[in-house]
Ligand binder design. Structure first.
Ligand SMILES: [Ca+2]
Ligand SMILES: [Ca+2]
Length: 208
């Protein structure tokens, strides 16, 4: 699949003077943003931006524009898909080279911690403004939804079908794609195909 580099910019709307047209301040943040396959950057309500940069030819470092400067949150290679909340807390996926699978990492504004330590893939990490994190993790049989509430992690699902693509809001509600049984004829060749197939089967479920 084609890989694409884009330039990361942030636009700030400045107060208009009199009847003059609004002024815009466009600031270039980076020209090495990794844009594959998608969701490699995000803007929060503070006007701060997180993105996934590159180390050599690999996707890698996680960067944060904090309104005045750029912070390097992680320089580990193969970091991916950072998400930021309104408190500048960030989650992303980091590649575990030893086990060759993805883990979930959290930056709480001060330090980086690892929310998963297993030998299976974890995907789709999302964070709300309370610092709660959800993701989908493979349990050796199928995917389940997990929630970290700032103190501990617990499974939200426990079944024999694929549960993926979780999102959560600031009330702690979670929505995710609830897929087909593991004995289905379908495999999971890529994440892109996975999304389409799941939605064509059983639609969405909401956990309140
Ligand atoms: Ca993992
Ligand atoms: Ca499941």
């Amino acid at each position: 699949m084609k890989q694409q580099l884009i330039t990361m910019c942030v636009l700030v709307l400045l107060p208009a003077v009199g009847l003059a047209a609004p002024n815009y301040d466009i600031r270039k943040l980076s020209d090495d943003v990794y844009h594959y396959p998608h969701n490699t950057f995000q803007l929060n309500d503070l006007g701060h931006v997180v993105w996934e940069g590159r180390i050599n030819d690999d996707p890698g470092a996680i960067y944060l524009f904090n309104g005045s400067g750029i912070e390097t949150i992680s320089t580990k290679t193969y970091n991916h898909n950072p998400r930021i909340n309104a408190r500048d807390e960030i989650v992303w996926l980091g590649w575990d080279e030893a086990e060759r699978e993805w883990e979930v990492f959290l930056f709480d504004g001060v330090t980086v911690s690892q929310l998963t330590t297993n030998t299976q893939n974890d995907y789709y990490a999302q964070i709300n403004d309370n610092g709660w994190v959800v993701w989908a993790g493979y349990d050796g049989n199928d995917y389940e939804i997990y929630l970290y509430d700032g103190l501990s992690t617990r499974p939200i699902t426990q079944n024999n079908v694929y549960d993926v693509e979780p999102q959560l809001n600031n009330s702690g509600q979670i929505v995710w794609s609830h897929g087909y049984a593991i004995n289905s004829e379908y495999e999971i060749p890529t994440l892109t195909l996975e999304k389409i197939k799941f939605r064509n089967f059983n639609g969405l479920q909401v956990h309140v």
